[in-house]
Design a binder for this molecule. Structure first.
Ligand code: HEC
Ligand code: HEC
Length: 365
């Protein structure tokens, strides 16, 4: 219990269950900290917008002093008086400035002509808005440059290349990742080979891997088609089986063809299969089986069968299914208003830079 009758022992005479309240002075460092804190708060209070005030009082005080001591229901702070930044001065928005902001995409803008700029004097939010406006100005400049530069120029310019890669990340996620994977790694679907999508990070191209071709692919889409049995209905299932095993041997490097379609590796065991291949398949996959792209045809999409990279899958069952039933696949069209030319260009930069980007080949040499 408290006891009021025990003075002169360094205590206030208060005691609670044996705990006494002493009269010691606070330590000096603590007192200085306290005064410094008090000074800081007072200065801050005068310099920055702070004390909320009733609108009526605001009117009266502003009227009597002839100054905007209060704006929007709180003190304005003397920072607003000494700084020559228009926002601190409490200037008002003009209709032209508002139109300009709207043109820059601030559709959520509810500020009306005659409103105080940024509502009032200095605030942390106003400062942030200034910083954001500055960043947007820089970004707008880079966006304008993206529009005029070619994809190859962008790739050659380190800074613009980084900018294009940054800008295309969301575009790729929104438009391409569903099929090609978030990193462009593609998808080899063993259970449903027809739902496989090509890997864009390797240097195995179906339709050409330089920027002009990639732009063409994205803009116009692609549709590669392999007819059932390569279009030769006379093929028996035994023929299909020997062709499938031949294709597996080609991809594993156990058999090899030269440019004239002659077996230079693999020998007699594949002679019959190769005859069938040259007769039925070489028209699209080419005599050397390296596919259309490697032979200078960038539009057919006939797969390279010698590289061990599979578009639909490399098990005997899947290859047999591919040859028996054929395959068709479609890369959708993104031109014609779906994506604008600049978006397609920076997506092409992204795909090119994913790993296997090529230079345009010298086709005339
Ligand atoms: C609906 C699925 C789908 C979407 C979405 C899709 N693609 Fe494709 N893409 C494909 C298919 C399928 C192919 C292979 C076409 C073929 O074999 O006929 C392909 C092929 C490609 C190729 C050619 C690769 C090569 O080896 O030549 C590129 C490049 C490509 N896509 C880029 C993109 C980009 C960039 C986007 C996003 C703007 C995109 N794709 C969106 C399904 C899709
Ligand atoms: C008319 C052209 C054409 C003919 C003829 C043709 N192919 Fe194809 N083949 C293609 C195309 C195009 C693709 C890729 C299909 C796609 O992407 O939709 C393909 C894909 C394949 C694949 C899939 C490879 C992988 O990576 O998954 C195999 C295997 C194949 N062909 C084998 C053959 C064999 C064997 C023959 C002969 C019996 C043959 N093709 C005849 C055009 C053809």
């Amino acid at each position: 219990m408290s006891d009021h009758n025990a003075p002169n022992d360094g205590s206030t005479g208060h005691e609670w269950d044996g705990i006494r309240e002493l009269t010691n002075k606070p330590p000096t460092w603590w007192a200085w900290g306290f005064y410094a804190g008090l000074t800081f708060v007072t200065c801050y209070y005068i310099i920055y917008p702070s004390t909320p005030m009733n609108n009526k009082v605001q009117e009266v005080v502003n009227g009597v002093t002839g100054m905007e001591v209060f704006v929007h229901g709180h003190t304005k702070g003397i920072m607003a008086l000494v700084n020559d930044n228009p926002y601190y001065q409490g200037e008002k928005w003009t209709q032209d400035e508002i139109n300009d902001l709207k043109a820059k995409g601030h559709d959520e803008l509810t500020i009306k002509a005659g409103d105080m700029k940024y509502l009032d004097g200095w605030t942390a939010i106003n400062e942030m808005r200034d910083d954001v406006a500055e960043i947007e100005a820089i970004r707008a400049d880079s966006m304008a440059r993206l529009e005029t530069m070619t994809a190859d120029e962008i790739i050659a310019d380190e800074q613009m290349r980084e900018f294009a890669l940054g800008r295309s990340r969301v575009l790729f996620g929104d438009n391409c990742a569903a099929c090609h994977g978030s990193g462009g790694q593609g998808n080899l679907n063993a259970a449903h080979p027809e739902n496989s999508f090509p890997n864009l990070t390797d240097d195995d191209w179906l339709f050409g891997g330089w920027t002009a071709k990639i732009i063409e692919t994205i803009t116009d889409g692609r549709e590669a088609a392999m007819p059932p049995k390569g279009g030769n209905e006379d093929l028996t299932s035994a023929d299909v089986d020997s062709l499938a095993k031949f294709v597996l041997a080609l991809s594993a490097g156990d058999a090899e063809l030269n440019a004239d379609g002659e077996l230079v590796k693999g020998g007699a065991s594949f002679a019959g299969a190769n005859d069938l291949f040259q007769e039925t398949c070489a028209g699209c996959h080419q005599a050397n089986a390296k596919g259309s792209n490697k032979n200078g045809d960038f539009d057919t999409g006939a797969v390279n069968l010698t590289d061990g990279i599979w578009r639909f899958g490399g098990s005997l069952a899947t290859v047999t299914q591919t040859i028996t039933n054929g395959r068709t696949a479609q890369m959708p069209t993104f031109g014609g208003g779906k994506l604008d030319a600049t978006s397609i260009k920076i997506l092409a930069v992204r795909v090119h830079e994913l790993g296997g980007g090529e230079k345009e080949p010298m086709l005339d040499e």
